[in-house]
Design a protein around this ligand. Structure first.
Ligand SMILES: Cc1cc2nc3c(=O)[nH]c(=O)nc-3n(C[C@H](O)[C@H](O)[C@H](O)COP(=O)(O)OP(=O)(O)OC[C@H]3O[C@@H](n4cnc5c(N)ncnc54)[C@H](O)[C@@H]3O)c2cc1C
Length: 816
């Protein structure tokens, strides 16, 4: 348990007995959340800090700030964070030591140049001011850099550096100007929930009853979570940077030098006083205090170990030769917290009431402002203003154990400046969750991916030895194998595992009313299925779910596997007493059969009559298939005649064996996620987290076609208003005139050289043999036949908007 570090509380006011929110932790993240809550109108908010403000990782950060992130919305929030520093400096009167020098992202080989071209494309539609400059221009702006190592650099004028302590204090003091309070030397020792959902937050100086608590414990986030039995999969990692002595080239330069990142050398650098700061992410990361951060760790640094970074320093000295001759003034080794995918984990914790986290923020000075903004919007308005899925704590579930968290966070640290290609699956933390079919599918040549911790087949090679591919932006060797799988489904029959779809079960006499209110679409009668959008009160998309009515008071909802915990949190928020709900995703595995021969195959392994007359499109029934009990949905995401067969995990091997045996004569083939993604493109069907997400509403996405306007539902008023105004953007499908490479998401869509939207998903459509993309564009650019361009790695390719799906536009195959 934490104890008061120093007795300097004499000058502090007594703690209030009550607060709307208690924020635990006074690092940059906690202080930013406090500031935003108070600025947006919640004045009764209090921050409690164990020691002094900044006493975790915040005080020893390198203070470099930039906008680039793998997720465009995180980039937007980083841009917001950087813009905010002037405001908090003015409000607080406390300097943040900001230097907006601009910064380089240096490309020393073709691969990194290609990567930066993709970033440039993103920046184009996000309206960020980035431009390519030549190596000569790099040297003009930063004469210490040897330009001969580089092909080009992406220049971003919104990059720079600041004083980390100054920024944290400026947030805290600005919060106080807006009416918030913070207390230092006040460790939280316990958090106890009352029956009314409020929290008693205990400290040695008394306790506060709070409506909400926010865990911003940074290096101690895990320990603060443990007070409530929450295991957060975050891990502090050791990290080095060097500070040099005075360098003449720095002193003599007429202005402050720009900062920069050289990905291949794995270094970042900036000017620090009259010298330079040089940091690196070593190839073998060192997790710090795996079993827990000691409460008495204070304003301390760790013993530097320059051996660990020697090879990186050598590269750094090659590329910035002045560094090689400069004396090292200081070597900093400090811990900071990483999450499994490198992005923050924020928001309300699923399964808890009024318990919020903002943890694993590994770039707090780039992201802290955006995290504070998002958290305040979420707490005050009930939902963030943009889709923050990439930061949502609910993207992890039970599978994200502390051990897994350490392994993945370490992997992420090591890969901080290592490229991840669109076709790449990361090696660490694999086989965390598997189904009974894992070994069998791998033996058949499955190349596996991981989603929500669960292994699933991406594509099938000719046996395990053949199941490999090189990471690339271009089409890769899986292309022909995926084509083979698509052919089997379109012409015969294929099967794909569906354990990774989410399943939500609702029971009780209030279930129908509840679903009618919660979902915007039609709720089916017993034995039928519908597709329904789920909307937020502001009319944003929050789900597209297949609703199965098993009986009048028993429903199963099938949806995005990745969103299962976010949806659980949504459903549990205001569940009436006469509805019983459970996330049963792990209780139902299964196989989806698709293709013209799927009915014959199914009929041969079930006694039920599954003829078209007896089992119509969108029928559901509980029956026996392959000798095991199943839920059988007549529906498919491939656009073919198809059935989803869900069984309990213990029956999966039996079911799969029956399918394989019966399918031998019918051209049966296993297929993977890539084939499915290819086939759904041919039907212009969007995918959750890519094409359907809370950045968009039902009208923009076309999901309004499934709305039941004759009932009241969450988001109806907002959606009606949006309908009256007409959508400003629309989801379109395009055919792209390109060979050898396809979109992989987040490319700019252009008209007459101007960005008019972005690609939300795409790839190669194997049956129709076309490269395709889906994306959102300004509504006046969405008409069928509209000529557009898509930027793929710096090259503009012609594209045309489609008016109807390229495959089976009227759904005859699916309904056969
Ligand atoms: C060497 C190094 C270089 C870095 N360089 C950069 C960079 O260039 N740019 C960048 O953006 N980021 C950088 N970072 C990362 C940055 O420092 C972190 O992202 C940031 O500090 C995270 O802030 P935080 O508020 O989440 O956590 P912390 O700073 O760890 O704050 C958590 C706070 O919670 C308090 N606390 C914990 N438990 C309790 C309790 N029970 N009761 C009360 N209080 C409690 C702690 O005392 C602490 O003050 C760097 C980090 C390091 C170590």
């Amino acid at each position: 348990m934490p104890e008061i570090q120093k007795e300097d509380n004499k000058n502090q006011k007594p703690l209030p007995s009550h607060a709307k929110v208690v924020v635990i932790g006074g690092g940059v993240v906690g202080c930013s959340i406090l500031f935003h809550l108070a600025k947006f109108g919640w004045k009764d908010v209090v921050l409690l800090e164990r020691d002094e403000l900044t006493s975790g990782s915040s005080w020893h950060a390198a203070g470099q700030i930039h906008t680039i992130s793998s997720d465009p919305n995180i980039s937007r929030l980083q841009g917001y964070t950087i813009d905010l520093y002037k405001e908090i400096e003015e409000t607080s009167g406390h300097s943040v030591g900001l230097h907006m020098t601009g910064g380089f992202y240096l490309a020393s080989n073709k691969t990194w140049y290609d990567y930066l071209k993709r970033e440039r494309s993103k920046a184009r539609y996000m309206g960020l001011n980035q431009e390519f400059i030549s190596p000569k221009e790099v040297a003009e702006r930063h004469p210490l850099i040897d330009p001969s190592h580089y092909l080009a650099a992406l220049w971003d004028e919104q990059d720079g550096d600041l004083d980390p302590s100054g920024a944290t204090y400026a947030f805290a003091k600005s919060a106080r100007v807006h009416g918030a309070q913070f207390f230092t030397h006040t460790p939280v020792t316990a958090t106890t929930q009352r029956a009314d959902g409020s929290w008693d937050v205990t400290t040695p100086r008394g306790s506060i009853n709070a409506e909400h608590i926010v865990n911003c414990g940074g290096l101690w986030a895990r320990e603060v979570g443990h007070m409530q039995g929450i295991n957060l999969p975050v891990q502090p990692m050791e990290h080095h940077y060097l500070l040099t002595e005075k360098i003449d080239g720095v002193v003599n330069h007429p202005s402050r030098l720009p900062c920069g990142i050289d990905y291949e050398a794995n270094i970042y650098f900036r000017q620090e006083r009259e010298g330079m700061l040089l940091g690196t992410y070593e190839p073998k990361g060192t997790p710090w205090k795996v079993n827990g951060t000691p409460w008495d760790f204070g304003h301390e640094l760790l013993q530097p170990d320059l051996e660990r970074i020697a090879d990186r320093l050598e590269l750094g000295f090659e590329r910035i030769p002045a560094l090689a001759n400069a004396g090292i003034k200081d070597a900093i080794n400090g811990p900071f917290t990483f999450g499994p995918d490198g992005n923050p984990m924020i928001g309300p914790v699923p399964g808890m009431r009024n318990y919020w986290v903002a943890v694993g923020v590994m770039a707090g000075f780039c992201q802290g402002g955006g995290v504070g903004l998002t958290m305040a919007e979420w707490m005050i308005d009930g939902e963030p203003s943009i889709d923050v899925w990439a930061m949502d704590v609910a993207r992890f579930g039970e599978f994200a154990t502390p051990d897994w968290g350490t392994v993945k966070s370490t992997e992420n640290y090591e890969r901080r400046f290592v490229m991840t290609f669109p076709n790449e699956t990361l090696p660490k933390g694999r086989m965390q969750k598997t189904t009974a079919l894992y070994d069998r599918l791998v033996a058949k040549g499955a190349r596996m991916g991981q989603s929500f911790g669960l292994e699933h087949a991406l594509w099938f090679a000719d046996g395990p030895e053949d199941a490999h591919e090189d990471p690339t932006f271009e089409r890769n060797r899986s292309h022909e194998y995926v084509a083979r799988e698509v052919k089997a489904v379109r012409e015969a029959v294929g099967g794909i595992e569906i354990a990774n779809f989410a399943k939500h079960e609702f029971k009780g006499k209030g279930a129908r009313d509840y679903l009618n209110r919660t979902l915007a679409g039609f709720i089916p009668k017993p034995g039928r299925l519908t597709l329904s959008p789920m909307l937020t009160p502001k009319g944003k998309l929050y789900g597209d779910l297949t609703v199965a009515c098993l009986s009048e008071d028993h429903f199963m909802l099938f949806g995005s596997g990745a969103m299962q915990e976010a949806h659980r949190r949504w459903f549990e928020k205001d569940l009436p007493e006469d509805v019983q709900y459970q996330n049963v995703s792990d209780d139902w595995h299964g196989v989806a059969l698709s293709g013209p021969n799927s009915r014959r195959l199914l009929q041969s392994i079930t006694r039920d009559d599954v003829s078209a007359e007896s089992m119509a499109f969108r029928d559901v029934r509980e029956c026996f298939v392959g000798g095991v009990p199943v839920i059988l949905n007549r529906i498919s995401f491939s656009g073919e005649l198809g059935y989803e067969i869900y069984c309990k995990p213990q029956y999966l091997l039996r079911l799969a064996t029956a399918i394989e045996e019966a399918g031998a004569e019918l051209g049966y083939r296993w297929y993977g996620a890539r084939a499915l993604m290819s086939m759904r493109l041919e039907k212009s069907w969007g995918v959750w987290t890519l094409d359907y997400r809370p950045d968009f509403d039902a009208l923009q996405s076309g999901m309004d076609a499934f709305i039941d306007w004759n009932k009241d539902f969450v988001g109806k008023d907002a959606t009606q208003k949006l309908k009256t105004a007409g959508p400003d953007r629309k989801l379109i499908t395009m055919v792209v005139d390109v060979e050898g490479i396809d979109v992989s998401g987040d490319e700019a869509i252009l008209s007459d050289g101007q960005s008019v939207g972005y690609v939300s998903s795409g790839g190669y459509a194997h049956h129709v043999k076309k490269s395709m993309a889906m994306g959102y564009v300004n509504a006046d650019m969405a008409s069928p036949g509209q000529a557009l361009q898509v930027e793929i790695m710096g090259v503009m390719y012609d594209a045309e908007v489609l008016g109807r799906p390229v495959y089976d536009a009227n759904g005859a195959h699916m309904r056969a």
